[in-house]
Structure formats: C-alpha cells, structure tokens
Design a protein around this ligand. Structure first.
Ligand code: ITT
Length: 205
C-alpha cells in the first residue's frame, strides 16, 4: 500500500481546539481542516466513538475526494453511568457552548462525593484512504482523571477547565498545549494512529 496519494489529508473536524492539537502533532503532513473545503457537517448518529469517527471521516473523504482523518472524542463520567460520552459536544443541547456543557456537568454532579467523580477523556482517531475504504485505520486513547468542583484554567477547550489531571495536580486547562498533547487521550490516539499508518504504508508519517 502507498500513502503517496495521501500527501494531503482532510481533517474531518470543525472543532478549532481539536484542529490545533492535531495539527501540532501531525506537523509533517499536509493536514487541511474540512472548513477550508466547506464540507457539510456529518450527522453523528453512532452510539460509539468509533462509529462516529468513521461517519465523519467518510463524509469528508467523500466530499473532498481525499484521504481523511477524523477524531471522535468525549468525556465519560463514572457517577453518570458514562455520560456525557458520545454526546459530550451537545450535552446541554444541540449548539450548546463549552461553558454551558460544563455547567450542566457540574450541576449533574453536585450531590456526588468528590472521590466518586472519576472520569476519563476518550479519543478515537480514524484514517480512511477514500470514502469507500473497507479497511479504516483505527486508534484510540484514554486519559484518566477526575471532575473538579469548579472550572479553573484558560488553556485547551471543552471540559479541560473541570478535568483534574492526577500527577500534575492541576486542571487540564492549566497545562501547556505541549504537555497536554504529550499525555492526553488525543495525543495517545494520534501516536498510535501514526504508528499503525507507518507500519501499513511503510513510510514515515
Ligand atoms: P467535530 O465533530 O467537528 O470534530 P465536535 O466538538 O462536535 O467537533 P465530538 O463530537 O467528537 O466533536 O465531541 C467532542 C467533545 O468532547 C468536545 O466538543 C468537547 O466538549 C469534549 N472533548 C473532547 N476532547 C476534549 C479535550 O481534549 N478537552 C476538553 N474537552 C474535550
């Protein structure tokens, strides 16, 4: 298999926070955000991260006639039976802002004891060579932590201000972008994805 055709890869995400982090890691590849091609947003109808990542990658690959990478991610909170999970981006409703989503999360957890607020970020990254690629390359990363009682920190996006990172003793939103990428769910998934791609395509990614 060759990745020569994949010099340009469309990144099937409309989330600027994710795009920043992914482009910082894949800096040797020409990764073009789907907004540059006016790709219509795909409906995320899957019940799992992997289904939604494939839906998004296929949608962008089909529209752009190009290889595509997609990220489906979210936060899973044990005390909420795994919610918000795949609906993390729209937990407080379709079109909700990051602060509305994390406000709802803190509200849902207000009667839960601190030690029971264990949570993890999940990221599934998918690479498709083309829309009908029957062999998606799939990688996943998990980042364990805990939900804080109140938001803190200015970096990152989404739930970063309420995600406590054990070992660093701070919120994810207090980490530099470099440190976050070196330990996060997305960083881990991307490392795994590039290793799988290098193995399959026999070329450095
Ligand atoms: P695209 O589908 O266009 O990529 P999206 O934001 O809708 O953007 P998802 O459906 O994968 O993407 O939802 C991911 C949500 O999970 C995201 O909006 C955040 O609320 C949260 N999330 C994922 N990774 C995160 C991170 O590194 N830090 C903070 N929140 C994160």
């Amino acid at each position: 298999m060759t990745i020569r055709d994949a010099q340009q890869i469309v990144l099937a995400s409309g989330n600027p926070g994710k795009i920043r982090e992914i482009q910082a890691i894949l800096k040797n590849q020409t990764i073009i955000a789907q907004s540059q091609f006016n790709v219509p947003e795909a409906e995320e109808t899957g019940t799992t991260f992997v289904e939604n990542a494939i839906i998004k990658a296929r949608n962008a690959a089909e529209f752009c006639k190009m290889p595509a990478i997609a990220d489906d991610s979210g936060i899973v909170v044990d005390a909420l039976g795994g919610a918000p999970g795949v609906i993390s981006a729209r937990y407080a409703g379709v079109g909700a802002s990051d602060s509305e989503n994390l406000e709802k999360l803190l509200n849902d957890l207000q009667n839960v004891p601190e030690e029971q607020k264990t949570a993890r970020f999940i990221c599934v990254m998918v690479f498709l060579q083309h829309a009908n690629d029957p062999f998606p390359i799939i990688a996943q990363g998990v980042w364990e932590g805990q939900i804080l009682p109140a938001p803190v920190g200015e970096n990152g996006f989404g739930y970063d201000p309420v995600f406590f990172v054990p070992g660093y003793n701070c919120a994810s939103a207090q980490l530099s972008p470099e440190v976050k990428n070196s330990i996060s769910h997305r960083g881990k998934a991307l490392k795994q994805l590039t290793a799988l791609m290098e193995n399959i395509f026999k070329t450095a990614i």
